[in-house]
Design a protein around this ligand. Structure first.
Ligand SMILES: Cc1cc2nc3c(=O)[nH]c(=O)nc-3n(C[C@H](O)[C@H](O)[C@H](O)COP(=O)(O)O)c2cc1C
Length: 445
């Protein structure tokens, strides 16, 4: 997966254009050959996720291929890497009431190939492999070489709600097999592995990222969740629907059971909370560097997420301003946080003007119901165009807790990228020194 849009011009180490365009001794204008057109000094609109973030990441792999790969680079050297932490997140992504059979086949484990030595990052790209244990059943159906065409397992009718039809048309495939292989949310396991690395870096700065479920179908958590409750939910050894309230979770479970009984599917809303984020990540200075915009993009890029909300963005749209905006107070005593500015509530979700404001960053993802139905919707055959039922492959019924874990990864990678951009540093020691200096600066503000 690549977050690429318009191509970015070359940018400096700190994610900004080099400052030396004005004719100084290091000016690129001076060294440019006379016959080349001078470059515009006006920054053109651009959209290139990996270009504006110091931390770059991508994934490779298919649902029934040999392995998934996560590649993440830009983390400073010296970040302690706890593989149990990475594997725990991979496990959390596989949990939840309503998951399908695949979760019983796969127990994802991170196999780090590069970038970590003696338990710490070394500043080089980190490659992580997660083998697909089901590969042995697919080796002949999906070989890398030409193989035996008779063993190919075609997806002969596109499934509504999936990339099947659009992907087959786009890539000129005779059926949807290859589309499904890559569009599947199996890919999100690789995001979680990369995200765990980003979390490990953030943890060194005191920042934690977790999620919980606030809605399944029509059942909604009707109160705010406290950070300690979210921590407790994430620490559970048995994940039902990752809701902080047991009674609400039981009713959520009934929603999933109802869907299962009728051959239907159901999803809902997760909430990701990034705790202890200092004020100052992201900026209003350029549209493509706003924290809210970046989070909307990265969380929306997850399979099945169809809307992203920052803080109380949705209900804010139907409320008066006096009910929404978070007043600013100043505490008489130290708050235990970098500043004594306090907010009685956090409807803004920790972001104002595209900049983190020192409150918890709160991002919600709204998931459409799973598209593969045991009672399939109408479709047509790719070969004959005859009316048929959509293809069915083993499928989940509800994935809200798992999607929340994948979204944690996207939020962590986004915040880690902005933290690396702001604080810089090739080693963790250097980054922490810069971070501590900044925290001291806002403490004294
Ligand atoms: C963790 C997770 C697991 C998923 N599992 C399934 C599944 O088993 N079956 C299914 O039809 N869709 C599943 N989805 C959703 C599809 O991947 C997604 O709807 C589909 O690829 C189309 O993409 P879109 O919904 O973003 O348009 C899952 C999504 C997530 C986040």
């Amino acid at each position: 997966m690549e977050f690429c849009g318009l191509e970015a011009p070359k940018i400096g180490r700190l994610g900004r254009p080099p400052r030396c365009l004005g004719g100084g001794p290091h000016s690129r204008l001076r060294t440019r050959p006379a016959n080349r057109k001078p470059r515009s000094t006006v920054r053109e609109p651009r959209l290139h996720y990996n270009g504006i973030n110091m931390i770059r990441f991508s994934t490779a792999g298919e649902s029934h291929g040999e392995a998934l790969i996560a590649l993440i680079s830009g983390l400073p050297a010296g970040v302690p890497v706890d593989l149990n932490f990475v594997n725990r997140d991979l496990w959390r992504r596989q949990q939840g009431y309503g998951r399908g059979g695949r979760m019983k086949i796969e127990t994802d484990k991170a196999h780090v190939l590069s970038g970590v030595r003696h338990g710490k990052t070394i500043g080089s790209p980190i490659a992580i492999e997660m083998v697909n244990r089901d590969w042995k059943n697919w080796e002949e159906k999906l070989p890398v070489e030409a193989g035996d065409a008779a063993k190919h397992q075609a997806v002969s009718s596109p499934r509504p709600g999936h990339a099947d039809l659009a992907g087959a048309l786009k890539y000129n495939f005779p059926d949807a097999r290859y589309v499904l292989e890559r569009a599947s949310a199996r890919e999100s396991a690789a995001r979680v592995a990369a995200g765990a690395m980003a979390k490990l870096m953030l943890r060194e700065l005191g920042i934690e990222v977790l999620s919980h479920v606030i809605r399944v179908g029509r059942v909604e958590l009707e109160r705010e969740a406290q950070w300690d409750e979210i921590v407790a939910v994430a620490a559970k050894e048995e994940v039902v629907l990752a809701c902080v309230d047991a009674a609400t979770e039981a009713r959520m479970k009934e929603e999933v059971e109802k869907a299962a009984r009728t051959g239907d599917t159901v999803n809902g809303v997760f909430e990701v909370v990034a705790h202890n984020v200092p004020a100052g990540l992201g900026t209003y200075a350029n549209w493509d560097e706003r924290l809210d915009g970046l989070l909307a993009w990265t969380v929306m890029s997850l399979q099945a997420v169809k809307a992203v909300e920052i803080g109380r963005g949705v209900t804010a749209a139907e409320s008066f301003g006096s009910q929404v905006h978070d007043p600013i107070h100043y505490a008489e005593q130290e708050t235990g946080r970098p500043t004594r500015f306090t907010r009685p509530h956090n409807n803004a979700g920790g972001i104002e003007g595209g900049v983190s404001n020192g409150e918890d960053v709160v991002v919600r993802g709204y998931l459409k119901p799973i598209s593969t139905l045991r009672k399939p919707l109408e479709s047509v055959r790719f070969d004959t165009r005859a009316k048929t039922a959509a293809s069915y492959e083993r499928s989940d019924i509800c994935v809200v807790p798992a999607a929340g874990v994948a979204a944690e990864a996207m939020v962590a990678i986004t915040l880690a990228g902005l933290a690396a951009q702001k604080f810089g540093g090739d080693s963790l020691m250097e980054m922490k020194r810069n971070f501590d200096g900044y925290i001291e600066q806002i403490r004294r503000f």
